[in-house]
Design a protein around this ligand. Structure first.
Ligand code: CP
Ligand code: NVA
Length: 313
């Protein structure tokens, strides 16, 4: 493990990491977490700058990337919505070329995956996905680290995801089969994950001999689960559909009645922000099985690992 080992590489999708590399990021993050806890400084990105192009709002992602760069001795430059002379995302290619002359890495939070891909294609520095409509790989890496910390392993863990077949569900589906985890996803029929993600995840599950299922029934999904995931019913950009989604997703709420079907020592995870009383109730998110704050912290450690690996010397 050494800073700069993946110098210049992009992380736009979970698929950009092999199964071994996912585990490497978690191992590296665990080392960095321990160094930070002990107060051992690790200024591996001294003199380097991360530009953060955010077309959508953020709390955790923005803060954890900024703190990550600070703890690594570098600098972060937040470029929020409306702060760039972008006008049209078509100009992403030129922005990538210009930024590559100033900074050593870019984190992007945007709408279409193709916008992040366009940026990465034209940038000569690494680009990390801080959420697109399609994926949220940093979140799933943090979730996997949290599960491994508390369960001691990933292999053989049975996860359930209940709710919208969105970016978080996609990245989870593209990770679980490759780290030996079973995954059952329960969504309303009209809100299934994208078919190509389902096909890719099924193929990986067949290869690794793990279980990957898509169901409509949240009770069947959660039954005997070691980990129960959910996420907001209306992601950023879908606010206009919120009322309709609230009606359709109501039976998918993660509440005390539902989690009683999970294993007694199950873990609850949610990427946050949570809409309490919608996709999750207070009793679950504030209950003893909830590890949402640990997962939020672990965003910092996994992102430090990614930044050190891709931007380090
Ligand atoms: N989980 C997550 O990405 O949170 P933010 O939207 O607050 O960054
Ligand atoms: N699915 C949510 C995740 C937020 C971190 C969204 O895209 O808004």
């Amino acid at each position: 493990m050494k800073p700069g080992l993946w110098r210049g590489r992009d992380l736009l999708s979970m698929l950009d990491l092999s199964a071994e590399e996912i585990v490497m990021v978690l191992d590296y993050a665990a080392v960095l977490k321990e160094m930070q806890r002990r107060g051992e400084s690790h200024p591996w990105l001294a003199g380097k700058t991360l530009a953060m192009i955010f077309h959508k709002p953020s709390t955790r992602t923005r803060i954890s990337f900024e703190v990550a760069m600070n703890q690594l001795g570098g600098y972060s430059l937040f470029l929020g919505p409306g702060e760039l002379q972008l006008g049209r995302w078509k100009e992403m290619a030129d922005m990538a070329r210009v930024l590559s002359r100033y900074v050593e890495g870019i984190a992007v939070r945007t709408f279409g995956q193709e916008i992040a891909e366009e940026l990465a294609h034209h940038a000569t520095v690494p680009v990390i996905n801080g959420l697109t409509d399609r994926e949220h790989p940093c979140q799933i890496l943090a979730d996997l680290l949290t599960i491994r910390e508390h369960k001691g392993r990933l292999e053989g863990i049975r996860a359930a995801y209940v709710g919208d077949g969105n970016n978080v569900a996609h990245s989870l589906m593209l990770a679980c089969p490759r780290v030996g985890m079973d995954l059952v996803v329960a969504t309303p029929p009209a809100y299934r994950p994208e078919p190509d993600v389902v096909a890719a995840a099924r193929e990986m599950a067949a290869r690794s001999g793990t279980r990957l299922e898509l169901l409509d029934d949240p009770v069947a999904a959660v039954s005997d689960a070691d980990v129960v995931f959910t996420d907001v019913w209306a992601s950023i950009g879908k606010e206009a559909e919120a009322a309709e989604r609230e009606r359709v997703f109501r039976p998918y709420q993660v509440n005390a009645d539902l989690v009683r079907y999970a294993r007694p020592d199950y873990m609850f995870l949610h990427c946050l922000p949570a809409r309490r009383g919608e996709e999750v109730t207070d009793e679950v998110i504030d209950g003893p099985a909830s590890f949402v704050w640990d997962a939020a912290e672990n965003r910092l450690h996994v992102q430090k690992a990614l930044l050190a690996l891709t931007m380090g010397e």
